[in-house]
Design a protein around this ligand. Structure first.
Ligand SMILES: Cc1cc2nc3c(=O)[nH]c(=O)nc-3n(C[C@H](O)[C@H](O)[C@H](O)COP(=O)(O)O)c2cc1C
Length: 156
């Protein structure tokens, strides 16, 4: 199985989470690809892979600049994505932005669901105003997400 992590970020926290998963989950998944969202379009979902959207939040609950093209493409060129299974990791700051906390990843989730894609599990969120390490908690969540949804064997 291939796990493709699509990263929406401005200051690289989401990218660090994705890279930590790539390193730490190598015993569970043979092929983990981390790709920044820059310049991607809806066609990225043509690939046969399990997708993980790992996306921060900017503006007023918007996706980061590097994710704007992909997010716009989902609206401009809507395609049925019934073959797509995905998870969502959404980063934000609840202390500073309580009204729009972690909307970046949730925006992708809403649109992907609209297009017929199937989300596996709940949306994971990280609050930058907390003491929680995004890498450690993100890796822990991803490991149990992979196992709980029978995407991998618990021990390989
Ligand atoms: C200008 C600016 C706007 C932000 N807007 C939001 C927001 O609306 N909602 C939210 O939950 N977090 C918001 N954040 C917090 C970021 O999403 C959070 O710090 C995240 O961890 C950054 O991830 P990144 O380093 O991958 O870009 C904002 C941060 C900045 C600097």
């Amino acid at each position: 199985m291939k796990l493709k992590i699509l990263v929406g970020t401005t200051t690289s926290t989401a990218e660090c989470v994705a890279q930590a998963i790539q390193m730490d989950c190598a015993d569970l998944v043979d092929d983990i690809d981390v790709q920044l969202m820059d310049g991607l379009t809806v066609e990225v979902f043509d690939e046969s892979a399990l997708f993980l959207i790992c996306c921060a939040t900017y503006g007023s609950g918007d996706v980061p600049d590097n994710a704007q093209a992909l997010y716009a493409s989902l609206h401009a060129n809507p395609q049925y994505l019934g073959h797509v299974r995905y998870g969502v990791m959404s980063l934000g700051d609840q202390g500073s932005y309580p009204m729009t906390f972690a909307m970046g990843g949730r925006n992708f989730d809403e649109k992907l669901t609209d297009l017929g894609a199937q989300r596996l599990g709940e949306v994971w969120t990280h609050d930058a105003s907390s003491d929680v390490s995004p890498e450690e908690s993100g890796v822990a969540w991803c490991r149990s997400w992979l196992v709980e949804h029978a995407l991998v064997q618990a021990a390989k």
